[in-house]
Design a protein around this ligand. Sequence first.
Ligand code: NDP
Length: 339
Amino acid sequence: NKQVILKRYVSGFPSKDDFELKTSAIKSKVPEGSNEVLLQNLYLSVDPYMRLRMRKIVDGGDYFASFVPGSVISGGGVARVLDSGDPNFKKGDLVRGMTRWEEYTLITAPETLFKIEHTDVPLSYNTGILSAVGLTAYIGLFEICSPKKGEYIFVSAACGAVGHLVGQFAKLAGCYVVGSAGSKEKVDLLKNKFGFDEAFNYKEEEDVDAALKRYFPEGIDIYFENVGGKMLDAVLLNMRFHGRISVCGMISQYNTDRPEGPNNLMPLVYKRIRMEGFMVSDYYKIYPKYFDWVLPYIREGKIAYMEDIAEGLESCPHALVGLFSGRNIGKQVIRVAQG
Ligand code: NDP
């Protein structure tokens, strides 16, 4: 059983050397009398929050509890049930939810494991658009910000897993959408494949405030926040009165204990802006409603969902590090075995 282990707690930018590959014996059955489930992992999800779990001291409570150095990394994925002592799962079931970065996982009390019911769409989608990633885009946009037709929306990290869905969901709601991303290739994709009205490369803008004024001469109604720091500072200067900000994440802060900005929150006051953070894990009961909404769009080809699939368990560390240099385009996934 090949496994990816966290070697040590990490401070600063993560590197491949913070992980090591190990091999352990494979269990072929669930032990007699146990309620565990034995999984063969097929696809693994690589997500920014995993970096927060590589720190020793964390400020996010249990959700961001640290990984334990020397242990296998845990994370989301798609798997096949090989054996089950849990009456809710049987051999052959396809499941999505929390698993580990290894080929085979024996997992106890899998409360966070869901049976996959929609088998007419690619299995890997259950690490992204049909999992917490898609639900995050949906909740952050619709539940937190209630977009109205014709409103002006800005999305940062727009060509990533969550971002490219937020932009497309907002277009379906009849909004005007602008995204920022870190390369020309991503900007082209946003405009030509994902249907954003405009997009810009934030790395090439000396003055993001000025760029936002160019793209939003009348201001921003809704900001979907993935980045934090200087980007948030610039956005606050460009929000409209009664604007809404959905605080999904702040990836620019995950590799530092001393985040920069925002420096000036005063626009929240005089512009009567509502800024609200959320954790997708509080909204899992919305999955059925979300699936009913999103599946027809997927089946009719009305959403262009993009995956960045790397092969083999050994690609996991490189892929995770790549999230912080913007190497991924769309949802970063690892194929561990054929579905
Ligand atoms: P992405 O697929 O968007 O990958 C991360 C992207 O962030 C990179 O590709 C890169 O794109 C951009 N990025 C990395 N570092 C920086 C930086 N310093 N400044 C600006 N941009 C940067 O990841 P996800 O879609 O999975 O996650 C997006 C956000 O949503 C994250 O903040 C994540 O933590 C959050 N999240 C929150 C959830 C919740 O429940 N609240 C649930 C899931 C995700 P680029 O080339 O544009 O720089």
